[in-house]
Design a protein around this ligand. Structure first.
Ligand code: APR
Length: 254
């Protein structure tokens, strides 16, 4: 019988988890790994499409050169996602939004699994695979699971592209600013399932730390954060998060 490795949580983190009001959670691909979504770098197998590394097929240049190929790649990934469900990590994070008075969830993921788990007002730094955007008028439109996807904009008829931040592109206007404001304001910051290599997302825990927040990382592997964050919980998010909530609250008799 698989027994979860010992999880040691400091008294400091237990106290802060119990007493914090302003909390920021930043997630990456690792939070969806236990749902079956491949990660990009660490832990899982890196994604390659028809011999093209993901940062080539998922690039602004490829939208210029071959939009149908980009859609083929994103249609394939969306097809995989349709059959997948949130895991215990997504569920726990969704529960945290009602536990902490001032809670912000920022994700690098485009898979929509946080929302499927019930998380509200998720700040999607890199967009969503469940939306399209017009290349002309930038109107956004939802892509409905198990329904054919429109290739043309409903408003102006121009072609649409995935509403995802591709390599070589800026984040959607205002999105990072909202996340950075939450990072500067939080007193407890969780960084879950990210290699913390891609900026500006990886600067959010730095902003939180510089503003005096306690930064806790959850990852089965070490990352650049592991060297300076206040606490590193080495393990899988689906295992660590429910136990963290339970242990932190148990020790207070709450
Ligand atoms: N629980 C927690 N963390 C996990 C788990 C798990 N079950 N499985 C893997 N991880 C960790 C890995 O150890 C790794 O550090 O998740 C991290 C995934 O890192 P990446 O694949 O680099 O994903 P991410 O950090 O989200 O990438 C950032 O890069 O490719 C772009 O736009 C893409 O949003 C993505 C961005």
């Amino acid at each position: 019988m698989h027994s979860a490795p010992q999880l040691s949580i400091s008294d400091e983190l237990r106290r802060r988890f119990r007493d914090a009001r302003r909390v920021l959670v930043l997630t990456g691909a690792g939070v969806s790994a236990e749902s079956g979504v491949p990660t990009f770098r660490g832990g899982g197998n890196s994604a390659v499409w028809k011999g093209m590394p993901f940062d080539v097929i998922s690039s602004a240049r490829m939208v210029q050169r071959d939009l149908p190929a980009v859609w083929e790649w994103f249609d394939y990934r969306r097809g995989l996602l349709e059959a997948l469900s949130p895991n215990a990590a997504h569920d726990e994070i969704a529960a945290w939004q009602d536990r902490f008075a001032d809670f912000a969830l920022v994700t690098q993921n485009i898979d929509g699994l946080h929302q499927k788990a019930g998380s509200r007002s998720v700040i999607e730094l890199h967009g969503s695979i469940w939306r399209a955007r017009c290349v002309g008028c930038h109107t956004r439109s939802a892509i409905i699971p198990n329904r054919p996807r429109d290739n043309a904009c409903h408003d102006c008829g121009d072609s649409v592209r995935p509403d995802v931040v591709l390599f070589g592109e800026m984040l959607p206007a205002g999105t990072f600013e909202r996340a950075a404001a939450a990072a500067a304001d939080c007193e407890l910051c969780f960084v879950i399932g990210t290699s913390a290599l891609v900026y500006p997302a990886a600067s959010l825990p730095e902003i939180a730390h510089a503003s005096g927040a306690f930064v806790c990382e959850v990852n089965p592997e070490s990352t650049p954060l592991s060297h300076w964050c206040d606490e590193s919980l080495m393990g899988k998010a689906g295992d660590v998060l429910p136990r963290l909530s339970r242990l932190a609250l148990e020790s207070s008799g709450k």
